[in-house]
Ligand binder design. Sequence first.
Ligand code: SF4
Length: 548
Amino acid sequence: MKKVLNKSRIQNAKSKTTAQQMGRKELLVSESGTILKKWGNKIPVCVVFPNTYYIGMSNLAAHILYKTLNNYDDVVCERCFLEDNGECISIESGRPLKSFECVFFTISFEMDFINIPKILRFSSISMLSGERKQDNPIIVAGGICATSNPEPISGFFDLFLMGDIESTIPDFIEKYREMRGKDRDEILDGLSRFYWIYNPAKLKVSYKEDGTIEAFNPEDFTVKINRYAGKSLGKSAIIAERTEFSSMFLVEGTRGCPSKCPFCLLGNTYKFTCDKILPLKTDIKDIGIIGGGVSFHPHITEIVRQLKQEGKHVHFPSLRLDEIPLSIIELMQDEIKTLTFGIEAGTEEMRKVIGKPLTNDEVYKKLSAILGIKPFNLKLYFMIGLPGETMEDIEGIVELVKHTKHLMVKEGAKKGFVGSITVHASPFVPKPFTPFQRFPMNDMDELKSKVNLLKRAFGKVDNTYFTHDSVKYSFIQGVLARGDRRLSDIILKFADGESLNKIMKDSAVNLNFYVLRERDKNEILPWDFIKGNAVKNIAMSASGGHPL
Ligand code: SF4
């Protein structure tokens, strides 16, 4: 499920422009909750979100990390983002990254890998960890993408924190405090002793002639994920106006998701945990409840009811159609104009394959009931290029949306208003540590023809809009998601602004190798040395149809 809250697009676009134009000091004035500490002899650390302030401050991991690090009296933690003008200095004191002792990147999107060398170069820090000098900060990575497959970016980082902030940062800081002032390599060695720290310099990888991995050296090299076992999840540390979720108090309602859809990284790598959310200590009126599994929270209706009684406006990410109770939609109908659902596939058979086994009738029944409450606008998310998908599955998307439109007109006629439908298609990108991790992606031509079919079909349906992720962008994401350490040079080329076409033409590395190939069940995967995530592999059927 995507993190889309029900806020006006126009308002968001305006905020984005303003954030880019604003200086650091103006941003600080527009925030509340910022932690400003005197440096003195404190350990200076920086949280880096490798994208803009507008996107980064909407990411709860950045808030949790900032708050956790600032909770230590002897640590001063600031934030840094990469603005479109290439600037990258800390928000709080305007210092360059070089001034800090430890720099923590939190990485939630594969495409942000490309921004990492840009940030290091702007900060005059060697991009490659092996070339760093004694006085350079220790450059650390964490976050869902960095921990599921750190290999493509392993050359840029000294260390990876393989686990949750709550379960790794306290030990990391304690150890760093103990070793502060020692030789840089000695500190790295000391920190690397934790079972959940990955130091890429300690692992060598050899390859076979066909390009697949031959062996890890040492052969028994492992790093284990350290998951947080508590139930108190994240909350906004700072209320920021100039962000995607402008001036909203964000609460991490759930972490992980019990549905474990076989394409979903979040559902397959985190243990499902629910925060009790209440009582919520904030004066902010707009509350965003974040988490892929929010529709599965056992107390979500009572929580929303209580928040409404307190006069709050509650916002959600996209919801799971089969799980979300109608009572929640009834409760929130006054403040919501648009509802977002991840339907993901157009046919019943394909939905079964991806773990969302709703029949068409069940989809229509639930949508009718929802539209009977109020003529909402709908945003429906689909994936294209799923394993075993045929053109019938794509045509199924068109049929399903047309039928939904018909229901909308029928229900809307009773109320004198008919909403709109926005259909969004994203190419399926296989992710590590998911049951689909060994599957190929569709090639770009196939994806383009599917996009074109949908574009043509929806161009003829009234009041229905079609948007899609760029096919090229998804291909690059596919390369980065399941790539290995040989991709550092490719990432550097992207960071230099080279086009995909030029890279594919000139580079010795064949990018199709990472994207279009089905991995044999015995093939060693670049992330196989990471333990602690159980993955059920799914085989393709012999006929090449839907996965078995
Ligand atoms: S596992 Fe499925 S339902 Fe849960 S967050 Fe992922 S895609 Fe959404």
